[in-house]
Design a protein around this ligand. Structure first.
Ligand SMILES: *Cc1c(COP(=O)(O)O)cnc(C)c1O
Length: 426
């Protein structure tokens, strides 16, 4: 790709040409001294869609007007609330309708899915995952291993970057999976790594795991709404994600799960059961004997948390009208612009460097900047000057320009402030 020229006028020109720029006005942008903040933190908590309040209000009204009958009345009766979400996942993650359900929160779902897909037996008891995975995932895996009576030291294999490198080579992941061979019960990787921003080669990882007879699952917290995926075709067995990062559905908002059709349609596949996963026609007969819904819905335990789901719907509507492939095309350009601008900075390489892969197919929108000096000072300077990014100990600033609401101008202004911060006496 030709190198972008990264000037303010070029940034403004790109915003003018951008057919997705109009989506910014669908979000509330926090303010700093009367101006829009440069919000580059959609990897942590996405901004509020303006449609969120109205859609929550509709459910408050349904409750107010109908009480318990809201389960069957109102614009979206609560009894089937989770079904409002089924049409969105083909575009976002390449799933069939029967493979996805929206429920619970992410770590809870990770546990539920591991109960289904981590069933160690005999010599096959190991789990392979990336080193330095998000702590909640590490704790989830360790506790599952202990529950099954194993020592995490023996049962968990972590794949680390080579000496002096910051992210993983696919060949190293595949080699370690093959090496673990028939001792491997589960391969569990994130889609996009929260710290390095690496987008893993999920189809190759799935293939390698299946070649040794292991199940393969993905934590898509940083991938969903960031990079388009083809989970069904790639053969993932399961996946889960949260909706409050790139999917802008509000703090603690509901999670989603993917269970490949092969297992989703198998009513006898092991799982924890609850009444909301039970055959809908029989649900209110209150009878003994769990009869799983033969789709991912069969993993539901409880009735839907409607108030946390409503804003998710408002956000997914925006993704539907923007289109995930269009968002990705803009995202590549937006992050490419940021990368070019940062690499042109005088102190690039000495004061800081980008540790996210430079190959665009191996990353999402986030760039992780590793500081060799003054990282925290620069971060504080940015915060004082109207930038919201995030700081990860000991020395990384993560910046995530999000195609659905960030302008090229945001990225440009961030780059300028960063170099100012590095060169000025702060
Ligand atoms: C954000 C994130 C979580 C957070 O888990 P919750 O259960 O939603 O609090 C877990 N895992 C990964 C990889 C994440 O990025």
């Amino acid at each position: 790709m030709a190198q972008e020229i990264t000037t303010l006028s070029r940034a403004r020109e790109l915003d003018k040409e951008d057919s997705l720029a109009k989506f910014r006005s669908e979000f509330y942008i926090p303010q700093h001294n009367g101006e829009d903040i440069i919000y580059l933190c959609g990897n942590s908590l996405g901004l509020q869609p303006k449609g969120a309040a109205n859609i929550i209000q509709q459910e408050l009204d349904n409750w107010k007007e109908n009480g318990v009958e809201g389960h069957f009345k109102g614009i979206r009766p609560w009894m089937h609330y989770h079904k409002n979400f089924t049409s969105y996942w083909h575009d976002l993650i390449g799933a069939e309708e029967k493979e996805v359900v929206v429920m619970n929160n992410l770590t809870v779902n990770l546990h539920l899915l591991m109960l289904s897909f981590y069933r160690p037996e005999g010599a096959r008891f190991k789990i392979i995952m990336e080193g330095h995975a998000f702590p909640s995932d590490q704790y989830a895996v360790e506790s599952q291993v202990r529950l099954k009576g194993y020592d995490p030291e023996d049962a968990i294999i972590e794949v680390f970057p080579r000496e002096g490198e910051h992210y993983l080579k696919t060949e190293d992941i595949v080699a370690q999976i093959s090496q673990a061979g028939d001792e491997l019960a589960l391969v569990l990787f994130s889609g996009v790594q929260y710290y390095s921003g690496q987008f893993f080669a999920l189809s190759e990882i799935a293939k390698a795991g299946h070649d040794v007879g292991a199940y393969v699952g993905f934590d898509l917290a940083h991938a969903v709404g960031n990079v388009p995926m083809k989970l069904h075709d790639w053969g993932a067995d399961f996946a889960t994600w949260c909706s409050y990062k790139y999917l802008n559905s509000g703090p603690g908002a509901v999670s989603g799960i993917f269970v490949h059709e092969k297992f989703a349609t198998d009513k006898t596949f092991p799982r924890l059961a609850g009444w909301w996963g039970h055959n809908e026609k029989e649900r209110f007969k209150m009878k003994k004997g769990f009869d799983a819904i033969p789709t991912a819905e069969g993993w539901q335990l409880s009735n839907a948390p409607v108030f946390s789901m409503a804003p998710h719907l408002a956000s997914l509507e925006l993704f539907k009208s923007a289109g995930m492939d269009n968002l990705r095309a803009k995202s590549l350009q937006l992050t490419g612009f940021l990368e070019t601008q940062l690499k042109a900075a005088e102190n690039y390489g000495t004061a800081f460097e980008i540790i996210t892969p430079s190959e665009s197919g191996a990353r999402g929108c986030q760039l992780s900047l590793l500081f060799h000096e003054r990282g925290k000072e620069v971060f504080d300077w940015l915060s004082q000057n109207g930038v919201i990014a995030d700081w990860r100990e000991p020395d990384v600033i993560r910046v995530a320009p999000v195609p659905i609401y960030n302008y090229f101008e945001d990225v440009y202004r961030f780059g300028e402030l960063l170099t100012q911060g590095l060169t000025q006496e702060i």
